[in-house]
Write a protein that binds this ligand. Structure first.
Ligand SMILES: O=C(O)c1cc(=O)[nH]c(=O)n1[C@@H]1O[C@H](COP(=O)(O)O)[C@@H](O)[C@H]1O
Length: 232
């Protein structure tokens, strides 16, 4: 399994992606999300894959089971290694997503977003109407995802230990909201350093602006990769 830091390619188009990737001289694990995919379509996945990089397709599908299943069946034709849905879609939707992906012939790992890393406990209580602690909500979503046959979840690194303790080390904990100490937090709420993510049981980290907005993205990537791997 590729456990390199996953770089979020949150760019507008392939020109920007190529300009960013050019100075890297190694095979990477990259994430293609809504910004890039919705403006460029499936061809963008093929173009990035043709460069030799592993791909996490982050479209966070969330709809009725039949719709998500059919969408996954179509996406299965793309040569990707990881893909996600929202756990809030429920167990039937998650199982249907997995079935669609496999029927389409993809072996990609399917994971579920629990609570977005931009969500605080207060926002969850007041805006989603979910009472109690955010950890309880995240663990519940993770349990339902596991029971639905999914390979893991997206959560913040702060919750990785709890999920590992309850659901085991092989269940994936893919954690965005990664910041080094001098990075700006921006719109994220539940953030952590790469070192903490490793110590706390994350299996993957997702890093966007900390690398992509740095004046030397390759050096920043190497710094984060070293911090992530050293804590092994
Ligand atoms: O599914 C995701 O990748 C995701 C889930 C989540 O809860 N939080 C989150 O930030 N992400 C994604 O991870 C990336 C984080 O980007 P930065 O905040 O720039 O590091 C973005 O591409 C988000 O879309």
């Amino acid at each position: 399994m590729n456990t390199k830091p996953i770089i979020a390619l949150d760019f507008k188009n392939m020109e920007e992606v190529l300009a960013f990737l050019k100075p890297f001289d190694e095979q990477l694990f990259v994430k293609i999300g809504m910004e890039l995919y919705l403006q460029n379509g499936p061809v963008i996945v093929k173009e990035v894959r043709d460069l030799g990089h592993d791909i996490f397709l982050d479209l966070k599908l969330h709809d009725i089971p039949n719709t998500v299943s059919q969408a996954m069946k179509g996406l299965a034709g793309l040569d990707i290694q990881m893909i996600n849905v929202h756990a809030a879609g429920g167990s039937r939707m998650m199982a249907a997503a997995l079935a669609g992906l496999r029927e389409g012939g993809s072996e990609a790992q399917l994971i579920a977003v629990t609570q977005l890393t931009s969500t605080s406990e207060e926002m969850m209580n007041l805006e989603q109407g979910i009472p109690g602690s955010i950890n309880d909500s995240i663990l519940k979503y993770a349990q339902v995802a596991k029971n639905s046959g999914l390979a893991g979840v997206v959560c913040s690194a702060n919750e990785s230990r709890m999920i590992k303790d309850h659901l085991g080390s092989s269940f994936l904990k893919v954690t965005p909201g990664i910041r080094t100490v001098d990075d700006e937090v921006g719109d994220q709420v539940r953030v952590a350093t790469p070192e903490f993510a490793r110590q706390n049981g994350s299996t993957h980290i997702v890093v966007g602006r900390s690398i992509t907005k740095d004046k030397n993205p390759v050096a920043k990537y190497q710094q984060i990769k070293k911090a992530w791997e050293t804590e092994c």
